[in-house]
Design a binder for this molecule. Structure first.
Ligand code: 6R9
Length: 658
């Protein structure tokens, strides 16, 4: 018999792996933590005063008249206030005497490196702002940035912020089509790019994709090109301008105008599952307030002594908030790395962490699982003793990956903060605080102070402890998206129509017996097998907890008998070879033993790679296409579009027990 939604919700929860391990904050960290448990009570008693206090961590040219103006679903934070995001990230630190502090330790993939101080970065950003002005960019214009991970990318973003131009960074791995649709939607007039960047030990070109995308798009007036690799490129006289020709000759001073708190700062496109990508709009004052606060609070940042590293791409919102705006607004010293983790060897990340004495590290579970696959001997060869806090973002972190990260990277000593948020939320929303919470492997724990996140059932009512449902946000928050670029109706429909008056992120969650949050992935990914709700995350975690499995992706495929059947794709750990003849049946039993027989996959295929986005999220819709023998959908936002060919080619003799 069909279940009620409530029954389905709590059942999703009851399937979860039992997790009883707890890791209290290290006493030394707790004793000096930036944020203690008092913050929660203070913030919930008066959230608006709490956010005002955080806004005062920034420098405003004019203070706000009103903290929040809320006309659901449209919010205005700090209305009447004026500030410049670039000044907050740069000039004010120089004025405070920190000009000689390193802002960015940049490491190129071939081994070249640059240490850029706050004074130098300020000068570079002023020069770029002057150059963009010369190219006719002014306040409100859109500027596309299609770049490798080099300092000029940060410089270009901050130059836009300085001018009040709206930046739109497109991940350098995206296809011509993906770039083109974003140029159309944002009507960008300038594209900043490079000849190429280094990836996997070789120059990888960028300029040809821009040439192709811009060919039929006369709205783009100029292409500003950084020389990074020295590759041969085509040149369009009059349109293309070398960065070193125009930027380097500019004045290193630039007078920055203060912009309204609600002035747009950037657009970031998220692909969603179908149709046209959504241009998520972020504005200045509220965004910077929450990004700055969360970076300081969640990582317990001590800017005078910590070295922070977000090992993620700048074309992902994580790069915007925690490579650029969070660390720089806090005056932190950050590491930025251009290339891939296995070039020229699999210890590259740990070599970099050792070289710069990284103390706070932030990365995605997909990277952690890759390191698990390569084996613990690799990080064991480096001195990682400076690390104090490890962060995770982008997907639910499987308990197994959490334990591996904590033990092999964190020396069994560092807290792991599993941070839940989205492009749309702009900044971290749910996360443990390293000096407050006893971490649970796989749990995002609690909404941060000032954030009214909740777990609700189908009707929008809070679920009691011990039950599952949907994560929602009940009150506006400073870094929330202000809309979808050019499409207010889609903004309402996508985020505000599922539950009356509540923001709906689209993720499933459970609240455990202690009231702590566990994120279960996208609601669209929840499978309905013989009338039972099973989350893909849980089956994946069960598979990853088997010693032979490094990564797993699970989808529900149409099945004549059970409605949906569970189909799994697994990547094996390096040391197990092909895993042996009995591997598939062994894995099925392993899942059955962890989660119950209903969760046993119908099919398990061993694959060499999985299709992923720039942030390492598995594109399950493509795997569903494969599992249901359909033509593949849009692959333009895959980091590596050849992966699907490899998987499809494997299918006829797939390692299945069917
Ligand atoms: C920051 C970012 C957002 C989606 C989000 C959720 C998933 C992110 C997570 C997580 C479980 C975490 N997600 N962090 N799921 N635990 N700690 O990733 O933004 O690329 O927009 O993706 O990522 O499904 O809804 P974005």
């Amino acid at each position: 018999m069909a279940q009620t939604p409530q029954e389905q919700g709590s059942e999703t929860l009851s399937n979860l792996l039992q997790e009883t391990r707890r890791f209290p904050p290290p006493p030394e960290l707790a004793a000096h933590a930036n944020v203690t448990s008092d913050a929660f009570a203070a913030a919930s008693a008066d959230p608006l005063s709490f956010w005002e206090e955080q806004a005062r961590r920034l420098t405003w040219e004019r203070s706000w008249d009103k903290v929040l103006e809320w006309n659901p679903p449209f919010a205005e934070w700090f209305g009447g206030g004026k500030l410049n995001a670039a000044v907050n990230c740069l000039d004010r630190h120089v004025e405070a005497g920190l000009g000689d502090r390193v802002a960015i330790h940049w490491e190129g993939e071939p081994g070249d490196s640059r240490a850029i101080t706050y004074a130098q970065l300020t000068g570079m950003v002023c020069q770029a702002a002057n150059a963009m002005t010369e190219l006719g960019v002014s306040k409100g214009d859109r500027v596309a940035i299609y770049m490798p991970m080099i300092p000029e990318t940060v410089v270009a973003m901050l130059a836009c912020a300085r001018l009040g131009a709206i930046h739109m960074v497109v991940f350098g791995g995206f296809s011509v089509d993906a770039l083109g649709t974003r140029l159309d939607d944002s009507e960008a007039k300038l594209v900043v790019t490079a000849d190429g960047g280094y990836r996997r030990g070789a120059p990888s070109s960028l300029k040809p994709a821009v040439d192709e995308a811009v060919r039929d798009r006369p709205a783009v007036e100029n292409v500003l090109v950084v020389r990074r690799t020295g590759q041969e490129i085509d040149w369009s006289e009059g349109r293309d301008v070398w960065w070193h020709d125009i930027v380097d000759r500019q004045d290193t001073r630039h007078h920055a105008e203060a912009h309204d708190a609600e002035h747009p700062l950037y657009i970031m496109y998220t692909s969603g599952t179908t149709a046209k990508p959504k241009g998520i709009l972020h504005t200045t004052g509220g965004y910077l307030t929450q990004v700055s606060y969360t970076h300081w609070a969640v990582f317990d940042l001590k800017p005078e002594s910590d070295v922070f590293w977000t090992a993620a791409d700048i074309g992902w919102v994580t790069g915007h908030s925690y490579i650029v705006y969070g660390p720089l607004s806090n005056g932190a010293t950050s590491v930025m790395y251009e290339g891939t983790p296995d070039t020229p060897h699999k210890g590259r990340f740990w070599e970099i962490a050792e070289k710069y004495g990284v103390s706070l590290l932030y990365m995605a579970p997909t990277a952690i699982r890759t390191f698990m696959k390569w084996g613990e001997d690799i990080p064991a060869g480096y001195d990682l003793s400076r690390l104090r806090v490890l962060g995770s973002v982008g997907e639910p972190i499987n308990p197994e990956a959490y334990m591996w990260y904590r033990k092999n990277i964190g020396g069994d000593r560092t807290p792991v903060v599993d941070t839940w948020w989205q492009t749309e939320t702009g900044a971290i929303m749910v996360s443990p605080l390293p000096g407050v919470h006893s971490g649970k492997p796989g749990a995002a724990m609690q909404p941060l102070p000032g954030i009214a996140a909740d777990v609700v059932d189908e009707t929008g009512a809070s679920v009691p402890n011990g039950e599952g449902g949907y994560i929602v946000v009940r009150e506006p928050w400073p870094a929330m998206l202000r809309g979808i670029w050019g499409d207010p109706q889609r903004y309402r429909e996508t985020y505000w129509s599922r539950f009356e008056g509540l923001y709906f992120p689209g993720d499933g969650a459970k609240r455990d017996e202690d009231g702590d949050f566990w994120l279960l992935g996208r609601v669209d990914d929840v499978m309905l097998v013989s009338g039972h709700n099973i989350s893909t995350t849980e089956v994946e975690s069960a598979l990853v907890s088997h010693p032979s499995v490094a990564e797993a992706a699970v989808v529900g495929a149409a099945d004549p008998v059970s409605g949906q059947a569970i189909v799994s794709f697994v990547i094996l750990r390096g040391e197990v070879g092909n895993g042996g003849d009995d591997l598939v049946s062994e894995l099925r039993s392993h899942v059955g033993a962890s989660l119950g027989p209903i969760a046993k996959p119908r099919q398990i295929m061993v694959v060499p790679e999985l299709p992923k986005t720039r942030s390492g999220k598995i594109m399950r819709r493509l795997l569903r296409d494969v599992a249901e023998n359909r033509q593949l959908g849009d692959v333009s936002t895959l980091t590596d579009s050849t992966v699907m060919d490899v998987i499809s080619a494997k299918l006829p003799n797939a390692n299945s027990d069917e």
